[in-house]
Design a binder for this molecule. Sequence first.
Ligand SMILES: C[S@@+](CC[C@H](N)C(=O)[O-])C[C@H]1O[C@@H](n2cnc3c(N)ncnc32)[C@H](O)[C@@H]1O
Length: 249
Amino acid sequence: MADWNPELYNRFRGYRAEPVEHIFSRLQFSDDEQMIDLGCGPGDNTVELVRRAARGSARGVDSSPAMIEAAGKLRAGLPEELKARLSFEVMDVSKFSGDRDYTLIFSNATIQWLRDHRGIFTRCLKALKPNGRLVAQMPANAIETAKVEMDALVGEAPWRELLAGVQIPFRKDAEPEHYTKMLAEIGYADVDSYYVTFHHPMERPAEVVQWYRSTGLRPFVDALPADRQDEFLAAYTGRLERAYAPPDR
Ligand SMILES: C[S@@+](CC[C@H](N)C(=O)[O-])C[C@H]1O[C@@H](n2cnc3c(N)ncnc32)[C@H](O)[C@@H]1O
């Protein structure tokens, strides 16, 4: 599969930051937090983490070399004092492990790309220091128009045959209660698992396509022959134009 595209991903940075702003509004930071950002992407959140802990450190990890390169450029432009407490490296989060290394494990919009949630959350608990905290945000859009239309499109000819081998870990969203139970069983205390709905007005269905082009659509588009990709994107755009037509816009 082609690598992630940080520029395209960041085109909607304002909207993509909203869940993180929500999390930060609820989270108290101590000065000495030892933090890791699992699936840090272009690094913006990792920088915000380290800014909030005066003497703390933050390590951003991501499996995408392009994302880590973008994060490295972001880091290079920071004051020396912040730079010294911040690092980025390529790492597959599904292989992440630690032993009481962190006071805060943070992950935004990444764990839905992994298959084994119980496994990763179990290893996160082991990687936390006593009284450490795990904060993970996953999108849950399976019932939203854009995802419903995406699923319908990839399930119909000719795309069904062309995309038969594509494996998407996050096709089914689990309810917050599923994670409350799972995390308690693993051994987490004070679990708080909940939905927040963020509304992201867009001018045209084509913008919705752009939003998903850098995330949920990637595995499908990248699996198609180059000369069919535009046709697929046009078919998806057409579906969204019909689905979002007034009065349901
Ligand atoms: C939607 S982006 C979120 C990026 C960042 N956390 C943010 O909030 O802007 C998802 C990120 O997960 C990363 N990712 C997906 N699977 C991964 C894996 N197995 N290990 C590490 N990173 C992964 C992608 O490379 C991408 O940067």
